[in-house]
Design a protein around this ligand. Structure first.
Ligand SMILES: NC(=O)c1ccc[n+]([C@@H]2O[C@H](COP(=O)([O-])OP(=O)(O)OC[C@H]3O[C@@H](n4cnc5c(N)ncnc54)[C@H](O)[C@@H]3O)[C@@H](O)[C@H]2O)c1
Length: 339
């Protein structure tokens, strides 16, 4: 392996601190510098030089940068890095608007620079295993994907609502896991915490193969949950991405003879299996994949174009909540939403 990639980190907050930790230990990479206008008040920089301006980081010479500043700044910072010829891994969501996300896609694609979005759920062991099982057809025909992402309010997120901040995880993982695009979406939102943005959303949609999708996402629950289920012909796969557990509830192959139970529980309840899967840290997997991509080794990263599609679907949730209508994607757009 080429042992000399120099990486920079932009933004040393709640997420940036983890990027700093993982980059410092990442094989074949040196954390060359960290940029944050507030400096390193918490001692999270892992000994790397701390700078207050992106220009100072560029002057040090870097191969790629991780962008972990607030979402509203991703576009401005990303465009500057593209101009400087630096590859980037941008935190999710790619940008806070469809137009901004499009400008980033154009900036990196036109320069042929490697760029990815940190949709970290793709690196969760439970979802990686779930996706492989769908690919090999373990569930048979897929009927429905349900996600629930609930928890208390994160006081640091001030520039976007829960759709852009959290539901983008669910939109990306659903398209990535099923390999299907969204063809329609409808949503209701509420805003209860006195902020200008929504803090709770309930969405229902459909994917290009007819699979039904439901997302429940909020910042208003004391119950923290990260739940994904896929129901299909042969049963139901449930991933908990907090614990990285994957469980299969199979349809029964043996019919019950107990009449009362049959009436109460239905006839199709079968075995339940919790899979033993290796649990590697998702952020480390994300960084390994991106490092390999920068080195030209084929790797499965979330591309900026896929990140743009997620931002487009998120914008449609907001449109639907405002208008009270279902957003149906144009035929061409539906194709573009395909992961
Ligand atoms: N992948 C995930 O699971 C995940 C989790 C949390 C946050 N995020 C994403 O990471 C990004 C940051 O979120 P956070 O929770 O760390 O926020 P945060 O507010 O904790 O940290 C943001 C940091 O960026 C710094 N900053 C502000 N302006 C800057 C600039 N111009 N240049 C460099 N740094 C600047 C701030 O001083 C702060 O330290 C967001 O886009 C968020 O969506 C992703």
């Amino acid at each position: 392996m080429n042992a000399g990639l120099r990486a920079g980190l932009i933004g040393l907050g709640s997420m940036g601190r983890h990027h700093a930790r993982v980059l410092t230990a990442l094989e074949g990479v040196t954390l060359a510098g960290v940029v944050d206008p507030l400096g390193d008040k918490n001692g999270w920089a892992q000994g790397a030089p701390v700078l207050t301006d992106v220009e100072d980081l560029l002057a040090m010479g870097i191969d790629y940068a991780v962008v972990a500043c607030p979402t509203g700044l991703h576009e401005e910072v990303g465009l500057r890095l593209a101009e400087a010829g630096v590859c980037v891994l941008v935190e999710k969501p790619l940008a806070d608007s469809v137009e901004g996300a499009l400008r980033l896609v154009d900036a990196f694609e036109s320069r042929n620079l490697t760029a990815g979005v940190g949709h970290i759920e793709r690196c969760n062991p439970a979802l990686r295993s779930l996706r492989s099982r769908l690919e090999t057809g373990e569930l048979g025909d897929v009927y429905q994907v349900v996600t629930r992402r609930q928890g208390p309010y994160p006081h640091r997120i001030a520039d976007v609502g829960v759709i852009k901040d959290l539901a983008t995880h669910d939109i990306d993982l659903t398209a990535w896991m099923t390999g299907r695009s969204y063809v329609s979406i409808a949503a209701h939102t509420v805003s209860k915490s006195g902020r200008p943005y929504e803090d709770m959303v309930s969405a229902v949609g459909r994917l290009s193969d007819g699979t039904m999708v439901n997302h429940l996402v909020n910042w208003l629950s004391p119950l923290k949950e990260r739940f994904t289920s896929v129901t299909g012909e042969r049963g139901c796969l449930v991933a908990d991405t907090l614990t990285a557990d994957l469980t299969f509830y199979s349809n029964a192959s043996v019919a019950t003879e107990w009449e009362a139970l049959r009436a109460f529980r239905g006839v199709s309840e079968g075995d339940m299996i919790r899979y033993a899967i290796p649990k590697r840290e998702p952020l480390l997997v994300e960084h390994e994949l991106f490092r390999d991509a920068v080195q030209g080794i084929s790797s499965d990263i979330c591309t900026l174009r896929q990140g743009l599609r997620t931002v487009e679907v998120a914008a449609s949730l907001l449109d639907s909540a405002r208008s009270g209508r279902t957003v149906v994607f144009e035929a061409e757009e539906a194709v573009r939403h395909g992961a």
